[in-house]
Design a protein around this ligand. Structure first.
Ligand code: PRP
Length: 214
């Protein structure tokens, strides 16, 4: 261990809980992160790491700008945002998928009309349909995307599916997988060289725990 303090941005919410579980298993004392109150930055008492709690797209912003050397964020956000950083580890939790879904019984491909696609992830949807050479009209929705086909705003949605319960409860069915999603460890590009010793130590501790889990 180099003694130099690293800063890691964690995605608030479910990924935060699973990140903390991983850190605890790596021997890091995460008591302060588990009892955060309204504080957004927490120090790990027994390892030179400070954790910043942020929304997923902001995790990428902080890591890209180098104010955090490390980040934990879902592949969904990475695919949507692009941007510049190293994606070094698949952490194996936060697993779900992007799927194309339609109203049960709908024949999505059986028409030449331009299909309307509702999604919170317009870049993911655009890339998917470009790969098929299909011209679609993308409608950006901020949440509860399942409403769009029900209200006849869209012919299909591209959205995160975890258990499939939300699609089912709303009369929708997945017809194609778009991409697999899980939590990733990302690293600032310059930081990888500047803080090499500290970052290597953190990554190898992560890897050891992931190997133990597999
Ligand atoms: C996500 C996603 C689906 C749901 C999928 O929504 O957009 O709606 O979870 O999970 P399931 O397959 O287990 O049912 P989220 O809870 O993030 O809410 P939002 O759509 O309002 O953003």
């Amino acid at each position: 261990m180099s003694g130099e303090r690293l800063r890691i941005a964690l995605t608030k919410g479910r990924l935060q809980d699973q990140s903390v579980e991983l850190f605890q298993a790596m021997g890091l004392d995460c008591t302060p992160i588990q009892n955060p109150g309204r504080r957004l930055i927490h120090s790990v008492p027994n390892y030179p790491l400070d954790a910043v709690l942020a929304k997923a797209p902001d995790v990428i912003t902080y890591v890209e700008h180098g104010v955090c050397s490390l980040g934990i964020v879902g592949k969904d956000t990475i695919l949507e945002q692009g941007r510049s950083f190293y994606e070094v580890l698949d952490l194996g939790f936060g697993k779900c998928r992007f799927a194309l879904a339609v109203k049960e019984g709908a024949d999505f491909y059986g028409t030449y009309k331009t299909r309307r696609i509702a999604t919170k992830y317009p870049n993911v949807a655009r890339t998917f349909f470009e790969g098929k050479g299909m011209d679609v009209s993308i409608i950006k929705i901020e949440g509860s995307v399942e409403l769009a086909p029900i209200l006849d705003l869209a012919d299909a949605i591209v959205d995160i599916v975890e258990t499939g319960a939300t699609l089912k409860a709303n009369g929708l069915t997945p017809i194609e997988d778009v991409a697999q999603v899980s939590a990733r460890l990302i690293v600032n590009i310059a930081g990888m060289k500047l803080h090499k010793e500290a970052i290597d130590d953190f990554i190898s501790r992560c890897e050891r725990e992931l190997e133990r889990r597999s």
